[in-house]
Design a protein around this ligand. Structure first.
Ligand SMILES: Cc1cc2nc3c(=O)[nH]c(=O)nc-3n(C[C@H](O)[C@H](O)[C@H](O)COP(=O)(O)OP(=O)(O)OC[C@H]3O[C@@H](n4cnc5c(N)ncnc54)[C@H](O)[C@@H]3O)c2cc1C
Length: 625
């Protein structure tokens, strides 16, 4: 083993992904705490990563992606599903779909049930401090943080048709899915700055790399965590086929993500004793929850042919793509500068559910997320899926060799309730696309297909077509030390050991309602200051949730989550709702006309202004030779 002169740092961080990048920045901010970051991937300097519209390319490249696959999934016709994970500076935030969703405020109330200190009032200010929202900050959003977010330009009329159709179907619109009210349909934020992907590395790691106390080593595969008794003291890693050791005077922080973090813990002797001993691994600490409880979102693509040639299908030729790339290279704008997920929705399928759990991403193209399955005609689609699945899987060892990939199985849709939710997703989406807002555009249903109606037909479609939305988590879940399946305590320390934490998306106590990059960054941002939140940072929030009721197409204000500035006394509570005042009858036709009227006014006002100027005689002045 090469010693690199027995290097010792205050902190060693394993993984420069979403959480690792933030931690590297925050832990080294004082200029003298020494931090070593070890990342198996390499540089993110590639147009394929930087150009938002190219998102489906890096997620398929072995250079940037660990390219995991699940074991045959028993409830999905034995299919192996793709499980991409970033292997590059910025981790998965460098190869993801750039969608920025914080989650529902009530997600964090669920977290707090088993992990004190992670309620919405604790985490909100960290979301705000992270954000540099192009559209500006408000009581919920931040505008001066390092993580750039922005809306798309919503130039394609299909984006607005989607939001209008959802309102016609009885759902509310929302001004900001990351603000006061997640529930409803509206615009979607993306992590893009000046037309370029803005990963966690761009926001946090790269600005910190100038600091002399931060060392980042790429192409370094951490193979094990080293212990003295129950204290983690260092890591062994391979770089250019040479073995090194890095020692940590204070702590080792594992930020390898939901597959690699449990894998490395197990390789290092931390996990279910039976599994480890069967492979000849010495048990440092028996922790049965490591790698268990694995969870993910599934989604399918509900695709409709478009009767007008206005979708991104027009851009499929090589010349069109070359034009998009050239424009992006010269001006960092145009179709290359967006992820094309510009409108979205969050709903509940029925009464009796506390807050939304079905997510929609709308795309003016019929294609699979990984870009491999493009429909052969103009089309548009919604990515749809429920986000609170009851199915659980695992990450288990195949061998004790760190280069062997682990066994991954999600047991997707193994719980009967998940089938009920999937069927609801198909039926509710069909209803949205049937609204009049889509009349000018709606062609045939490409998939599932108009013939897919009964439960059995829908189940068959789901079994064959559903895909991962790429949000595994929960495999090192956080909880009280008394919880036998918890892996880290609410301060992110590995239970039963010293000097070791896990800080990444694997520790979420339950999965959030949305994509996971934003909450993972929040976890990383919060960790160094955990439990030292100043009371003045406590948020004041009033997040309203809604539900759709019955065929009369109305929405009802169901409950409010009210957090006050009073810190500890703040509790979520169901409010007494005055039914009469809370019921908002939907007026689909008028809502549609109103949007069109606003659109019309926006387009014609410059002409009206010019006409007015001319009538004032300025026209003759302007037209003088
Ligand atoms: C294809 C794809 C699309 C997605 N789309 C979205 C989206 O649009 N919006 C969204 O919010 N979320 C999205 N996600 C999810 C989101 O990006 C992740 O949940 C989040 O980035 C996870 O952060 P993390 O810190 O837990 O892990 P990661 O960001 O994956 O970081 C882990 C890092 O650790 C490194 N590492 C692991 N093991 C070792 C080791 N032994 N030695 C050295 N280095 C190691 C890895 O190489 C990696 O860089 C997507 C994910 C993927 C893969």
């Amino acid at each position: 083993m090469a010693s690199r002169d027995l290097e010792t740092f205050d902190f060693v961080i394993i993984g420069a992904g979403s959480a690792g990048s933030v931690l590297a920045n925050r832990l080294s901010v004082d200029g003298h705490t020494t931090v070593l970051v070890l990342e198996f991937g390499g540089s993110d300097r590639s147009m394929l990563i930087q150009m938002p519209a190219a998102l489906s390319i890096p997620m398929n490249m072995a250079r940037y992606n660990w390219q995991y696959e699940t074991e045959p999934e028993p409830h999905l016709n034995g299919r192996r599903l793709h499980c991409p994970r970033g292997k590059v500076i910025g981790g998965s935030s460098s190869i993801n779909g750039l969608v920025y969703v914080r989650g529902n405020p009530l997600d964090f109330e669920r977290w707090e049930e088993g992990a004190e200190g992670w309620g919405y009032r604790h985490v909100l200010s960290y979301f705000q401090r992270a954000e540099a929202r192009q559209e500006g900050g408000d009581a919920w959003r931040g505008s001066s943080g390092p993580l750039a977010t922005r809306y798309g330009r919503v130039e394609n009329p299909l984006y607005t048709a989607f939001v209008e159709a959802a309102q016609q179907a009885g759902y509310p619109a929302t001004k900001d899915i990351n603000g006061e009210q997640q529930e409803g349909f509206g615009r979607m934020d993306m992590t893009v700055r000046n037309g370029v992907r803005w990963s966690a590395a761009d926001a946090y790691l790269k600005p910190a790399m100038r600091r002399p106390n931060l060392t980042v080593r790429t192409y370094a595969l951490v193979t094990r965590i080293l212990f003295e008794g129950t204290r983690a003291v260092g890591v062994g890693y391979l770089q250019a086929n040479t073995e090194y050791e890095g020692r940590a005077g204070r702590e080792i922080i594992l930020s390898g993500g939901p597959i690699n973090s449990p894998h490395l813990l197990k390789l290092s002797g931390v996990g279910p004793a039976e599994e480890l001993t069967a492979l000849g691994i010495d048990v440092v600490h028996h922790l049965p929850g490591v790698g268990e409880n694995l969870q993910d979102y599934l989604e399918f693509y509900f695709q409709i042919a478009c009767t007008q040639p206005i979708t991104l299908y027009s851009q499929r030729s090589l010349t069109s793509k070359a034009r998009i790339v050239a424009r992006w290279l010269m001006r960092r704008d145009g179709l290359g500068a967006t992820n094309h997920f510009e409108t979205c929705g969050f709903i509940r399928s029925r009464a009796g559910i506390r807050y939304p759990y079905i997510q929609y991403h709308f795309l003016p193209l019929a294609v699979t997320y990984d870009g491999k399955g493009l429909a052969s005609e103009h089309g548009f689609q919604a990515h749809v899926g429920p986000m609170r699945s009851k199915s659980r899987g695992f990450v288990r060892l195949k061998s004790s060799n760190p280069r062997d990939y682990p066994r991954i199985r999600f047991n997707y849709i193994s719980h009967e309730d998940d089938w009920i939710e999937m069927r609801a997703c198909v039926r509710l989406t069909r209803e949205i696309f049937a609204q009049t807002a889509f009349d000018p555009y709606r062609g045939r249903e490409i998939q599932p297909g108009a013939h897919v109606r009964t439960d059995a037909e829908i189940d068959a479609f789901i079994r064959e077509k559903v895909e991962s939305a790429y949000h595994p988590s929960f495999s090192c879940r956080m909880g009280r030390s008394s919880n036998p399946m918890a892996v880290v305590d609410p301060e992110t320390r590995v239970i039963g050991l010293e000097g070791l934490r896990v800080v990444d998306s694997s520790i979420m106590p339950s999965i959030t309602t949305g994509n996971l990059n934003a909450p993972t960054i929040m976890i990383g941002r919060r960790r160094p200051t955990i439990f030292s939140v100043s009371p003045s940072l406590q948020p004041r929030t009033r997040a309203i949730t809604w539900r759709r009721i019955g065929p009369q197409r109305s929405v009802e204000c169901l409950s409010s989550y009210l957090a006050t500035t009073s810190g500890a006394s703040c509790q979520p509570r169901e409010l007494q709702v005055n039914q009469a005042s809370a019921t908002v009858p939907s007026r689909p036709r008028r809502a549609g006309h109103w949007v069109r009227l606003k659109d019309f006014t926006r387009r014609v006002w410059p002409l009206l202004l010019l006409a007015r100027l001319m009538s004032l005689g300025l026209g003759s002045v302007l037209s003088r030779p």
